[in-house]
Design a protein around this ligand. Structure first.
Ligand code: FE2
Length: 262
Protein backbone atom coordinates (compact mmCIF):
# COMPACT_ATOMS: atom_id res chain seq x y z
CA UNK A 1 0.00 0.00 0.00
CA UNK A 2 1.16 3.51 -0.72
CA UNK A 3 0.00 6.86 0.53
CA UNK A 4 -0.84 9.47 -2.07
CA UNK A 5 -1.91 13.08 -1.83
CA UNK A 6 -1.69 14.52 -5.35
CA UNK A 7 -2.61 12.27 -8.27
CA UNK A 8 -2.80 13.65 -11.80
CA UNK A 9 -6.51 14.25 -12.07
CA UNK A 10 -9.94 12.94 -11.24
CA UNK A 11 -10.62 11.83 -14.81
CA UNK A 12 -7.29 10.04 -15.27
CA UNK A 13 -6.46 8.68 -11.84
CA UNK A 14 -10.02 8.31 -10.59
CA UNK A 15 -9.33 10.46 -7.56
CA UNK A 16 -7.81 13.75 -6.59
CA UNK A 17 -7.01 15.59 -3.39
CA UNK A 18 -7.98 19.26 -3.50
CA UNK A 19 -5.58 20.74 -1.01
CA UNK A 20 -7.40 24.06 -0.61
CA UNK A 21 -7.30 24.68 2.21
CA UNK A 22 -11.02 25.32 2.34
CA UNK A 23 -12.32 27.27 5.31
CA UNK A 24 -15.89 26.00 5.14
CA UNK A 25 -17.93 23.07 3.94
CA UNK A 26 -19.67 25.27 1.36
CA UNK A 27 -16.35 26.43 -0.06
CA UNK A 28 -14.96 22.90 -0.11
CA UNK A 29 -17.93 21.36 -1.87
CA UNK A 30 -18.20 24.23 -4.37
CA UNK A 31 -14.62 23.39 -5.42
CA UNK A 32 -15.54 19.70 -5.53
CA UNK A 33 -18.56 20.40 -7.75
CA UNK A 34 -16.42 22.40 -10.17
CA UNK A 35 -13.90 19.54 -10.37
CA UNK A 36 -16.64 16.95 -10.91
CA UNK A 37 -18.25 18.87 -13.75
CA UNK A 38 -14.87 19.50 -15.39
CA UNK A 39 -13.80 15.88 -15.19
CA UNK A 40 -16.62 14.01 -16.86
CA UNK A 41 -18.00 14.39 -20.34
CA UNK A 42 -21.01 12.14 -20.45
CA UNK A 43 -24.41 12.28 -22.13
CA UNK A 44 -26.11 12.42 -18.75
CA UNK A 45 -23.65 14.99 -17.44
CA UNK A 46 -26.27 17.71 -17.27
CA UNK A 47 -28.23 15.65 -14.76
CA UNK A 48 -25.32 15.33 -12.33
CA UNK A 49 -26.42 16.77 -9.02
CA UNK A 50 -25.92 16.38 -5.29
CA UNK A 51 -27.71 13.20 -4.23
CA UNK A 52 -26.27 12.74 -0.76
CA UNK A 53 -24.98 14.96 2.00
CA UNK A 54 -23.75 13.35 5.21
CA UNK A 55 -21.66 13.84 8.31
CA UNK A 56 -19.53 10.75 8.82
CA UNK A 57 -19.58 9.18 11.24
CA UNK A 58 -22.83 10.74 12.52
CA UNK A 59 -22.13 13.05 15.47
CA UNK A 60 -24.52 11.22 17.80
CA UNK A 61 -23.98 7.71 16.42
CA UNK A 62 -22.34 4.73 18.08
CA UNK A 63 -18.55 4.26 17.82
CA UNK A 64 -17.72 2.99 14.34
CA UNK A 65 -15.68 -0.05 13.38
CA UNK A 66 -11.93 0.25 12.81
CA UNK A 67 -12.29 -0.43 9.09
CA UNK A 68 -14.89 -0.27 6.37
CA UNK A 69 -15.30 -2.90 3.67
CA UNK A 70 -14.74 -1.99 0.03
CA UNK A 71 -17.92 -0.77 -1.59
CA UNK A 72 -19.55 1.49 -4.15
CA UNK A 73 -21.66 4.32 -2.73
CA UNK A 74 -25.36 3.79 -3.52
CA UNK A 75 -24.38 0.44 -5.08
CA UNK A 76 -24.16 -0.85 -8.64
CA UNK A 77 -27.55 -1.36 -10.33
CA UNK A 78 -26.95 -4.96 -11.39
CA UNK A 79 -30.55 -5.73 -12.39
CA UNK A 80 -32.55 -2.50 -12.16
CA UNK A 81 -36.33 -2.66 -12.60
CA UNK A 82 -37.22 0.92 -11.64
CA UNK A 83 -35.67 4.38 -11.46
CA UNK A 84 -33.17 5.09 -8.73
CA UNK A 85 -30.07 7.01 -7.67
CA UNK A 86 -26.59 6.22 -8.96
CA UNK A 87 -23.55 7.84 -7.38
CA UNK A 88 -20.92 9.08 -9.81
CA UNK A 89 -18.44 10.85 -7.54
CA UNK A 90 -17.96 11.18 -3.81
CA UNK A 91 -16.31 14.10 -2.03
CA UNK A 92 -14.95 13.91 1.52
CA UNK A 93 -14.01 17.06 3.40
CA UNK A 94 -12.07 17.35 6.66
CA UNK A 95 -13.21 20.61 8.28
CA UNK A 96 -10.91 22.82 10.32
CA UNK A 97 -11.71 22.51 13.99
CA UNK A 98 -13.13 19.02 13.53
CA UNK A 99 -12.21 16.13 15.78
CA UNK A 100 -9.37 15.04 13.45
CA UNK A 101 -8.30 11.42 13.25
CA UNK A 102 -5.83 8.99 11.80
CA UNK A 103 -8.13 6.91 9.58
CA UNK A 104 -7.38 6.63 5.87
CA UNK A 105 -9.72 6.26 2.94
CA UNK A 106 -8.92 3.10 0.98
CA UNK A 107 -9.13 3.60 -2.77
CA UNK A 108 -8.97 0.57 -5.03
CA UNK A 109 -8.91 1.17 -8.80
CA UNK A 110 -11.05 -1.57 -10.30
CA UNK A 111 -9.37 -1.93 -13.71
CA UNK A 112 -5.89 -2.95 -12.52
CA UNK A 113 -7.31 -5.03 -9.68
CA UNK A 114 -9.73 -6.99 -11.84
CA UNK A 115 -7.04 -7.46 -14.52
CA UNK A 116 -5.17 -9.71 -12.09
CA UNK A 117 -7.31 -12.68 -13.16
CA UNK A 118 -9.65 -13.77 -15.93
CA UNK A 119 -13.45 -13.47 -15.91
CA UNK A 120 -16.29 -14.89 -17.98
CA UNK A 121 -17.46 -13.08 -21.11
CA UNK A 122 -19.98 -10.23 -20.55
CA UNK A 123 -23.26 -12.16 -20.99
CA UNK A 124 -22.16 -14.91 -18.58
CA UNK A 125 -20.78 -12.34 -16.14
CA UNK A 126 -24.13 -10.56 -16.02
CA UNK A 127 -26.01 -13.84 -15.72
CA UNK A 128 -23.91 -14.79 -12.68
CA UNK A 129 -24.45 -11.43 -11.00
CA UNK A 130 -28.21 -11.51 -11.51
CA UNK A 131 -28.36 -15.11 -10.26
CA UNK A 132 -26.39 -14.10 -7.16
CA UNK A 133 -28.90 -11.33 -6.48
CA UNK A 134 -31.69 -13.87 -6.54
CA UNK A 135 -30.09 -16.15 -3.96
CA UNK A 136 -27.75 -13.89 -1.96
CA UNK A 137 -28.31 -10.21 -2.76
CA UNK A 138 -30.56 -7.54 -1.34
CA UNK A 139 -33.12 -7.62 -4.14
CA UNK A 140 -35.93 -5.12 -3.88
CA UNK A 141 -39.32 -5.07 -5.63
CA UNK A 142 -39.05 -1.41 -6.64
CA UNK A 143 -35.36 -1.20 -7.55
CA UNK A 144 -34.40 -4.74 -8.52
CA UNK A 145 -30.92 -5.87 -7.53
CA UNK A 146 -28.46 -3.16 -6.51
CA UNK A 147 -25.16 -4.36 -5.00
CA UNK A 148 -22.83 -2.11 -3.04
CA UNK A 149 -20.43 -4.68 -1.63
CA UNK A 150 -17.34 -5.14 -3.77
CA UNK A 151 -16.67 -8.56 -2.25
CA UNK A 152 -20.15 -9.69 -3.23
CA UNK A 153 -19.73 -8.44 -6.79
CA UNK A 154 -16.49 -10.40 -7.05
CA UNK A 155 -17.95 -13.48 -5.41
CA UNK A 156 -20.89 -13.35 -7.82
CA UNK A 157 -18.64 -12.84 -10.84
CA UNK A 158 -16.40 -15.73 -9.81
CA UNK A 159 -19.38 -18.04 -9.95
CA UNK A 160 -18.27 -20.60 -7.33
CA UNK A 161 -20.51 -21.50 -4.42
CA UNK A 162 -20.90 -18.26 -2.36
CA UNK A 163 -19.19 -18.13 1.02
CA UNK A 164 -20.70 -14.87 2.24
CA UNK A 165 -24.02 -14.99 4.11
CA UNK A 166 -27.12 -14.62 1.96
CA UNK A 167 -28.99 -11.38 2.46
CA UNK A 168 -32.00 -13.04 0.85
CA UNK A 169 -32.26 -15.69 3.53
CA UNK A 170 -30.92 -13.52 6.39
CA UNK A 171 -32.83 -10.24 6.01
CA UNK A 172 -31.40 -9.03 9.33
CA UNK A 173 -27.86 -9.24 7.93
CA UNK A 174 -26.29 -5.78 7.85
CA UNK A 175 -24.69 -4.84 4.56
CA UNK A 176 -21.06 -3.90 5.07
CA UNK A 177 -20.60 -6.42 7.88
CA UNK A 178 -19.44 -9.23 5.65
CA UNK A 179 -16.04 -9.25 7.39
CA UNK A 180 -14.98 -8.94 11.01
CA UNK A 181 -11.73 -7.16 10.20
CA UNK A 182 -9.72 -5.80 7.32
CA UNK A 183 -7.45 -8.83 7.05
CA UNK A 184 -10.46 -11.11 6.59
CA UNK A 185 -11.60 -9.06 3.63
CA UNK A 186 -8.13 -9.08 2.06
CA UNK A 187 -7.84 -12.84 2.58
CA UNK A 188 -11.28 -13.43 1.08
CA UNK A 189 -10.42 -11.42 -2.03
CA UNK A 190 -6.97 -13.03 -2.30
CA UNK A 191 -8.66 -16.44 -2.38
CA UNK A 192 -10.61 -15.16 -5.38
CA UNK A 193 -7.36 -14.20 -7.11
CA UNK A 194 -7.25 -10.51 -6.22
CA UNK A 195 -4.38 -8.79 -4.44
CA UNK A 196 -5.92 -5.58 -3.13
CA UNK A 197 -2.63 -4.50 -1.55
CA UNK A 198 -0.98 -4.39 -4.99
CA UNK A 199 -3.21 -1.55 -6.19
CA UNK A 200 -4.77 0.04 -3.10
CA UNK A 201 -4.02 3.68 -2.28
CA UNK A 202 -4.53 5.16 1.17
CA UNK A 203 -5.46 8.81 1.51
CA UNK A 204 -5.47 10.72 4.78
CA UNK A 205 -6.99 14.18 4.68
CA UNK A 206 -5.47 17.16 6.46
CA UNK A 207 -7.88 19.81 7.80
CA UNK A 208 -9.21 21.95 4.96
CA UNK A 209 -8.65 19.29 2.26
CA UNK A 210 -11.13 17.52 0.01
CA UNK A 211 -10.79 14.02 -1.42
CA UNK A 212 -12.79 13.48 -4.56
CA UNK A 213 -13.06 10.04 -6.13
CA UNK A 214 -14.86 8.28 -8.95
CA UNK A 215 -17.40 5.94 -7.41
CA UNK A 216 -17.71 3.84 -10.57
CA UNK A 217 -14.07 3.10 -11.39
CA UNK A 218 -12.84 2.68 -7.81
CA UNK A 219 -14.09 0.73 -4.85
CA UNK A 220 -13.50 2.48 -1.57
CA UNK A 221 -13.45 1.77 2.12
CA UNK A 222 -11.61 2.85 5.25
CA UNK A 223 -8.65 1.75 7.32
CA UNK A 224 -8.82 2.92 10.92
CA UNK A 225 -11.61 4.33 13.05
CA UNK A 226 -13.15 7.75 12.48
CA UNK A 227 -14.32 10.02 15.25
CA UNK A 228 -17.96 11.17 15.22
CA UNK A 229 -18.31 14.23 13.00
CA UNK A 230 -14.86 13.80 11.49
CA UNK A 231 -15.77 14.26 7.83
CA UNK A 232 -18.44 15.78 5.65
CA UNK A 233 -19.44 13.75 2.64
CA UNK A 234 -21.18 14.93 -0.48
CA UNK A 235 -22.21 12.53 -3.22
CA UNK A 236 -22.65 13.70 -6.81
CA UNK A 237 -24.70 11.54 -9.12
CA UNK A 238 -28.02 10.88 -10.81
CA UNK A 239 -30.99 11.21 -8.50
CA UNK A 240 -33.60 9.29 -10.38
CA UNK A 241 -31.96 7.54 -13.29
CA UNK A 242 -34.15 5.36 -15.51
CA UNK A 243 -33.58 1.66 -16.01
CA UNK A 244 -31.84 2.13 -19.39
CA UNK A 245 -29.42 4.70 -17.94
CA UNK A 246 -28.67 2.45 -14.99
CA UNK A 247 -27.95 -0.48 -17.29
CA UNK A 248 -25.62 1.69 -19.36
CA UNK A 249 -23.65 2.54 -16.23
CA UNK A 250 -23.72 -1.07 -15.07
CA UNK A 251 -22.35 -2.31 -18.38
CA UNK A 252 -19.56 0.24 -18.27
CA UNK A 253 -18.56 -0.93 -14.78
CA UNK A 254 -18.82 -4.58 -15.75
CA UNK A 255 -16.58 -3.77 -18.73
CA UNK A 256 -13.81 -3.35 -16.15
CA UNK A 257 -13.91 -7.13 -15.71
CA UNK A 258 -12.74 -7.56 -19.29
CA UNK A 259 -9.09 -6.61 -18.93
CA UNK A 260 -7.68 -9.77 -17.40
CA UNK A 261 -5.41 -12.46 -18.83
CA UNK A 262 -7.03 -15.03 -21.18
FE1 FE2 B 1 -18.71 5.07 0.88
Amino acid sequence: MTTSTAPASLAEAGFVTLTGPYASTDEAFAAAATAVHAAFDEPAQAQLEVIGDFTIPPRDGPPGRDFQTLHLDFGLPVDPVGPGPVARCTALFAPFGGPGGAAATRLVPLAPLLAQRSWPEPAELLRRLIAYGETHGGRDEARGYVEGSFARLVEAADGALPRLPSIRTNPEFLCGEEFGDLDSELTFLAALGLSVEAVERLVRLAPGEVLLFDNLTLAHGRAGRRRPGELRQRVFGYRDLGVAGQKQIRDRVLGLFAGGPD
